[in-house]
Ligand binder design. Structure first.
Ligand code: UDX
Length: 435
């Protein structure tokens, strides 16, 4: 099929490349000329394992352009995969979606399906269809919702082998076109109305966020009552109704989806005069969780962090990505710097992006060892493999004071005891050096 994809972020680019892999002819559109030039040269503008290889392997079926009119005019299916960032009030900003809709309306020449892949509030597909039909006179346009469920770091796999394909359609033409798009995929296809499809996306993401906040609250309680969250979640996870995934306690969720989509659903509920208390609670728990380690560190630095040498290991919101959106490291770094701490940071891929926030205030290190050398305290914000593989003894050897606050439970407690470090993690008993 002849497919166009608007937007080349995580959603758009990965969708476009994976559809080309399945044999479709795909044109990816973006307004950013530098980004388009990069992709034309076979390079991915985002860090995503396996994506660049797939771009090169499918170069013959993939085009990248800023010329939206040419890309949309004869496309059979047009995917909208642009961002829907959070507005100040928590609602989703749809201006990029409507920009693309306007361009589509002004350029299409034959009947086609416009597929909204961006996460949009319930009812948006209806509005986009009305907008398109009013503006694109003489051409029949259909709108369908087809949410994506890809996670950063595993986006290619999640897209090529999806857990399910959700098609929100209101007419047979759209259903047929989308079934043809996904013919080569081996996954359950669920056909429903557009509003339900839009809701599936929010309900899924918010449920996962809720699961994380729930487990984080249980972890906090474990600390108070002497239970161990790792044992507790192991015990819970065997129950198939609960499942063991997304039960990792830690410093809270970040990223481009959970924080935004929880706030958007909460806003939407409010707007519709209903309440979604569980999601509101998940948001609040997460905000507090991000600062938990810092609060615990105050026990060791009662006079504050002025002049304290602080190592930060892991800057991104999770491993396998260079994305910093809503990363716990950011809010912690801001407070530590305000308090006068001297920060030395290590991250395998997130450093360049971090420099946009803090070009000079932080010393960026090439190795974990450099970052912890001479440090008075170390915070772990991301469970990068390199960090998990490190022996806790290295902290004892290189730090000034071996105090490690781990927001991702990277090490076993006995290993930390044996290493003789002070080790404070989440939902587990503290290990104090020299005890
Ligand atoms: C998420 C969803 O997984 C994906 O389906 C959706 O399409 C987009 O949002 P992503 O944001 O890429 O994907 O990352 P994910 O792996 O879900 O992690 C999100 C955050 O939750 C990270 O900060 C991660 O560290 C945290 N997390 C995840 C936990 O704290 N505990 C867990 O058990 C799982």
């Amino acid at each position: 099929m002849n497919i166009a994809v608007a937007g080349t972020g995580y959603v758009g680019l990965v969708t476009g490349v994976c559809l080309a892999e399945k044999g479709h002819q795909v044109t990816c559109v973006d307004v950013d000329e530098a980004k388009v030039a990069k992709m034309q040269a076979g390079r991915s503008p985002i860090y995503e394992p396996g994506l660049e290889e797939l771009m090169r392997a499918n170069a013959a079926r993939l085009a990248f352009t800023t010329d939206w009119a040419a890309a949309y005019k004869d496309a059979q299916v047009i995917f909208i995969g642009v961002g829907t960032p959070e507005k100040k009030d928590g609602s989703a900003n749809l201006k990029y979606v409507y920009n693309v809709a306007r361009q589509i309306a002004d350029s299409v020449r034959s009947e086609c399906v416009v597929v909204v892949k961006s996460t949009v509030p319930i009812g948006t597909n209806d509005k986009v269809e009305k907008f398109l039909r009013e503006r694109a006179r003489g051409v029949r346009l259909h709108v369908a919702s087809n949410p994506e469920f890809l996670a950063q770091g595993t986006a290619v796999r999640d897209t090529l082998q999806p857990s399910r394909i959700v098609l929100g359609v209101e007419d047979a033409f759209s259903e047929q076109a989308l079934r043809a798009v996904y013919e080569g995929f081996d996954a359950p296809v669920l056909v429903m109305n557009r509003r339900s499809a839009e809701m599936v996306k929010y309900a899924s993401n918010d449920f996962l966020a809720l699961k994380i906040s729930y487990v984080n609250e249980i972890a906090n309680l474990c600390e108070s009552v002497g239970a161990d969250i790792e044992d507790v979640t192991a015990g819970m996870g065997y129950d198939g109704r609960i499942g063991s995934r997304f039960l990792r306690a830690g410093i809270g969720y970040g990223g481009s989806c959970f924080p935004k989509d929880t706030k958007a659903l909460s806003w939407l509920a409010n707007f519709n005069d209903t309440e979604i208390k569980t999601v509101r609670a998940a948001i609040e728990v997460n905000e507090n969780q991000k600062l938990k380690l810092l609060k615990k560190a105050k026990k060791y630095f009662p006079d504050g962090f002025d002049g304290v040498k602080v190592a930060m290991l892991g800057l991104t919101f999770k491993p396998g990505t260079d994305d910093l959106r809503e990363a716990a490291s950011l809010v912690n770094a801001a407070i530590l710097l305000e308090d006068g701490a001297r920060l030395q940071a290590w991250d395998p891929v997130g450093t360049e992006n971090y420099k946009r926030f803090y070009p000079d205030q932080i010393t960026y290190c090439d190795t974990i060892q450099q970052a912890i050398t001479g440090a008075d305290v170390c915070f772990i914000f991301t469970e990068w493999e390199e960090i998990c593989r490190l022996s806790p003894k290295v902290y004892r050897q290189l730090m000034n004071k071996p105090i490690v606050l781990d927001g991702r439970n990277c090490y076993s407690l006995p290993a930390c005891e044996e290493a003789g470090i002070t080790y404070i993690s989440v939902g587990r008993r503290p290990v104090e050096a020299g005890q």
